[in-house]
Ligand binder design. Structure first.
Ligand code: CP
Length: 309
């Protein structure tokens, strides 16, 4: 992707250039200033209607997109597959085309099938933002994660970021790897061999199966949850053993001779991949990530809506 190639959809970080990401970050800086001021809204997208189509559960992403849309003055409609005619056998394309016929301009979609947003983009005219497609990509999560690292350190370039946990089933891991590498960070993945994709070296990441070694290497540790809902077999003997080997505790942090920054995309399984005292400590920027998600999603929607990305 060349620096100035315009994009119609945000289907993944793959397909973006570093220049696209810097434009999103600079725009998000302005929106963060706006939403921390007395007037939190701008009418920038007041003529745009956005449908939030969630075919899979979500708390942070759904609320964050809806808030971002409202703060940009867009009209929004929210669709949840569990209470829809999808349950009566309606296809994805029929569902979306019916919603679009009500003069909807943009679709934010979460779907359990990897590639669902790419598929949809070939069949509908509206702009699409991927809010997480199965084990494939979660681009706005990666953007808000990288934005939060930039906010913490001033720059992402040169930082060492380890992503720890269930890499195999994680769309957050793949999008983070693409995004962090575009911005010049070094990336390591860490977890049991059964939860690391076999050919992940081809993405240019380091691999460790030892949490203590990974923590000594990194500036930033991004802890991932075990995605039991996507696992079709047992990948480790027990959650207790996983937690002993790969769970981040205050003892493991205190054993380091340096400060590291702790991140988590949520939802957290307290006591499994991260202890409560670490999650709630000053080392953690988990809630700053959530806060930054609104400004970053405002930037993505604004730039796409104005066709300036
Ligand atoms: N981080 C994230 O995608 O959280 P939700 O599943 O709650 O949206």
């Amino acid at each position: 992707m060349t620096a100035n190639a315009p994009i119609k959809h945000l289907l993944g970080i793959k397909g973006l250039s570093e220049s696209h990401i810097q434009t999103i970050f600079e725009t998000a800086d302005n929106f963060k200033t706006l939403i921390n001021g007395p007037v939190k809204k701008t009418p920038a997208l007041r003529d745009i209607t956005i449908a939030n189509l969630f075919f899979e559960n979500s708390t942070r992403t759904r609320v964050s997109f809806e808030l971002a849309e409202k703060r940009l003055g867009a009209d929004t409609i929210n669709f949840s597959s569990s209470s829809s005619s999808v349950k009566k056998g309606e296809t994805l394309i029929d569902t979306v085309n019916n919603i679009l016929s009500m003069k909807v301009d943009m679709v934010v979609m979460r779907h359990p099938a990897p590639g669902a947003c790419v598929f949809l983009s070939k069949h509908i005219d509206a702009q699409i933002v991927n809010a997480g497609d199965g084990t494939h990509e979660h681009p706005t999560q990666a953007l808000l994660d990288a934005y939060s690292i930039r906010e913490q350190y001033g720059d992402v370039a040169g930082k060492k970021v380890v992503i720890i946990g269930d890499i195999l089933h994680s769309r957050v891991a793949l999008s983070n790897i693409y995004c962090l590498q575009l911005l010049g960070a070094e990336v390591m993945v860490c977890g049991p061999a059964t939860l690391i994709p076999k050919h992940i070296h081809a993405l240019g990441v380091k691999v460790s199966h030892n949490l203590e070694e990974a923590l000594r290497w990194c500036d930033v540790a991004n802890m991932l949850r075990i995605q039991l809902e996507r696992q079709d077999q047992r990948y480790f003997p027990s959650l207790k053993e996983y937690s002993r080997l790969y769970g981040l505790t205050m003892d493991k942090l205190n054993a380091l001779d340096k400060e590291i920054c702790i991140m988590h995309p949520g939802p957290i399984n307290r006591g499994v991949e991260i202890s409560s005292d670490v999650a709630d400590s000053d080392h953690s920027i988990i809630l700053q990530q959530v806060e930054n998600g609104v400004a970053v999603r405002m930037a993505v929607l604004f730039l796409l809506g104005q066709q300036r990305l």
